[in-house]
Design a protein around this ligand. Structure first.
Ligand SMILES: [Zn+2]
Length: 171
């Protein structure tokens, strides 16, 4: 992994020139002290995940510790589920808008329910290293998906759009 340009690693040797060269490590990857989000390639000295500010030149404001394996695995799972949710949502919106058996929507809802539950739980746990943007996206997908399954509103919408045409046809 490439080294973040904005973060340099320095030590207490900074104010003692004789030890400075010895103690200066090569620039290393640093992590947010909040939830250990990787702070690399950032434009601003601010954690993109939790918004916590840091000073790239003050090691006390960041940490070299990565988040634990389990949390990283859960974060990956959350991200994959979010991507999956986006695709499934797009599919369900299109099929619902075209007009489909409500039973099919219910079936899709039942199949998706366990995954939705896992995704909601993952986004609700702060320690899982998922960006706020992904959390919002995941929850938005879940809300829209559930609303489509329960009410079938995309079909109602297309029906309403075509209603004047249909009425003209009937008249
Ligand atoms: Zn953070």
């Amino acid at each position: 992994m490439s080294t973040p340009p904005s973060i340099t690693s320095q030590t207490q040797g900074h104010d003692r020139p004789d030890r400075y060269c010895v103690l200066q490590e090569p620039a290393a990857t640093r992590y947010c002290i909040g939830r250990h989000y990787q702070l690399s390639g950032l434009q601003r000295e601010e954690c993109p995940e939790c918004g916590l500010g840091f000073d790239a030149h003050d090691l006390r404001t960041t940490t070299s510790k990565q988040a634990g394996n389990i949390w990283r695995a859960l974060a990956t799972l959350g991200q994959l589920l979010t991507v999956g949710a986006c695709f499934i949502l797009a599919g369900i919106l299109i099929t619902s808008a075209i007009g489909v058996e409500p039973l099919f929507l219910w079936l899709a809802g039942i199949v998706a329910a366990p995954f939705i539950l896992i995704l909601v739980i993952l986004t609700a746990i702060p320690a899982v290293n998922i960006s706020t943007r992904t959390r919002v996206l995941a929850l938005a997908c879940v809300v829209v998906f559930v609303s489509v399954v329960l009410t079938g509103w995309p079909f109602r919408l297309t029906f309403m759009v075509h209603r004047p045409e249909l009425e003209r046809y009937v008249a």
